[in-house]
Ligand binder design. Structure first.
Ligand code: FAD
Length: 436
């Protein structure tokens, strides 16, 4: 059944650049755009900014990019109170720990200090398009539906919602359509630091005091039903605070992160898994006997949904071979090809494969079909395997920064994003000290 609905909608704001989504990519985009000297509004559906970094309870920040990007600045802001913190170096690279609670305040201040107007609790509902251009968007606010008109729009929703509503094509998942599993991350406290292990992933060679490999023990517990189905590794990351671990373990497969009925199913299942994982830690892992739940993600952690079709697609070879390009707007991006198994536990390819520091080309941010929209973060154009690397937060911040600069510059130069070209964005990035 289709219900036809027509309504006059009040235009409450007009802006140069509108960034939709206030996660790592959106924050970077909004600040970078504003610094070019245009009017910027950031619309965020929740009541706090940070996306997965805050409300997803996701820590540490992983991945690397070349020096001088906004990632360096954000990490330094988030680490300011924890300068003496010893960095953990793993196969994942350097783990940058964050305090999600502290980050909510730091990031909103960062936006304010950089003259970004933030509309909180304002979710994108629709996009007004005309002749392959976005004229504005419709947001759901507490005063009903309102319109914001914009010259350029940055899609930083993670799910590529602006692009989707504008009619852009996209891909999702691997060849069989399955995506990486969803997870609710949580933090436990009351851990005995003198005895408790840490574990960053399934290939971490950490052992239990009796000499057993911890990852084998987790697999055994999953097979026996002590750990929930497909939870074959319980990752235990250090935080800033003694006696605390950030736990990345719960997992549900074959969930479509775009469907509300699947999100509900996953929320129910994973809240129950949190209890079971804590029981496992208390019963079997030394140092965790008295651990207790401190915080958990306020929203389901969705690793993979839409990858919008762009003028260029970051491909497997880019990431595997470390390809470099003259039109790179992110240089030396690096993270493992980290495919959490879409069908089963552990990694899809047995073990996450190494990537070589690679470039992200400007074309991967330009969606095919809409002239004044630019992509950032998790939803940029790439293959399933490439996405498994560039989806980490360091790289999302860097694509966000480039997208924000491009959006602002294209207004100043009165050209489309495509006409602007990579060179102008590269000039601006290089001028601020980014190594390209
Ligand atoms: C369980 C899990 C564990 C992970 N572990 C790590 C890790 O250890 N280290 C790491 O670096 N990365 C990790 N990642 C990946 C990383 O967190 C994400 O890929 C990254 O946060 C993506 O950044 P983003 O800004 O593109 O999207 P997000 O962080 O998802 O931010 C998107 C923002 O857009 C907002 N939004 C969405 N829809 C709308 C709408 N309709 N209207 C307005 N606003 C909207 C959201 O509320 C959110 O604030 C993990 C991801 C998951 C799910």
């Amino acid at each position: 059944m289709i219900y036809n609905y027509a309504k006059n909608i009040e235009v409450i704001e007009e802006t140069d650049v509108l960034v939709v989504g206030g996660g790592p990519a959106g924050i970077a985009a909004a600040v970078a755009s504003s610094r070019v000297g245009v009017k910027v509004i950031l619309a965020e559906r929740f009541g706090a900014v940070g996306g997965n970094l805050t409300l997803g309870n996701v820590s540490p920040i992983l991945g690397k990019v070349s020096e001088g990007t906004i990632y360096d600045e954000i990490v330094s802001l988030l680490s300011e109170k924890h300068k003496d913190e010893e960095k953990v170096e793993t196969r994942n690279g350097k783990e940058i720990h964050i305090d999600a609670e502290e980050a909510k305040g730091i990031l909103i201040k960062f936006l304010k200090d950089n003259n970004v107007s933030v509309m909180l609790q304002s979710a994108l509902a629709d996009v007004i398009t005309e002749n392959e251009e976005i004229k504005g968007v419709i947001l759901t606010t507490h005063m009903g539906l309102k319109a914001v008109m914009a010259k350029r729009v940055v899609d930083a929703t993670g799910d590529g919602i602006v692009a989707y509503l504008s009619g852009c094509e996209y891909e999702m998942g691997r060849d069989d359509g399955l995506t990486q599993p969803v997870t609710l991350e949580f933090t436990v406290g009351n851990v005995d630091e003198s005895r408790a292990i840490m574990c960053f992933g399934g290939s971490d060679p950490v052992t239990l005091p009796d000499g057993r490999k911890y990852s084998d023990f987790c697999k055994e517990c999953e097979a026996k039903g002590i750990l929930p189905e497909n939870v074959s590794i319980v990752r235990l990351h250090k935080t800033f605070y003694k006696g605390e671990r950030n736990v990345n373990a719960t997992q549900m497969n074959e969930i479509n992160g775009l469907k509300y009925e699947d999100l509900y199913k996953a929320e129910v299942t994973l809240r129950n898994q949190i209890e079971r994982v804590i029981d496992f830690l208390r019963k079997y892992i030394p140092g965790y006997e008295n651990c207790m739940l401190k915080t958990s993600a306020s929203t389901l952690g969705v690793r993979e949904t839409r990858r919008i079709k762009g003028e260029y697609q970051v491909c497997d070879s880019d990431v595997e071979n470390g390809n470099h390009y003259d039109d790179a707007i992110v240089h030396d991006a690096w993270f493992l090809i980290d495919i959490h198994n879409p069908k089963g536990g552990g990694q899809a390819e047995g073990r996450s494969k190494m990537a070589k520091p690679y470039d992200i080309r400007y074309g991967a941010l330009l969606p095919v079909g809409i002239r004044n929209l630019i992509l950032s973060g998790r939803c940029i154009s790439g293959t399933h395997r490439a996405h498994a690397s560039y989806r980490v937060m360091a790289i999302c911040m860097a694509t966000g920064e480039a997208a924000g600069i491009a959006a602002a510059l294209s207004i100043k130069e009165n050209v489309t994003l495509k006409e602007l070209g990579a060179e102008k964005v590269r000039e601006a990035l290089t001028k601020k000290g980014v190594v390209l």
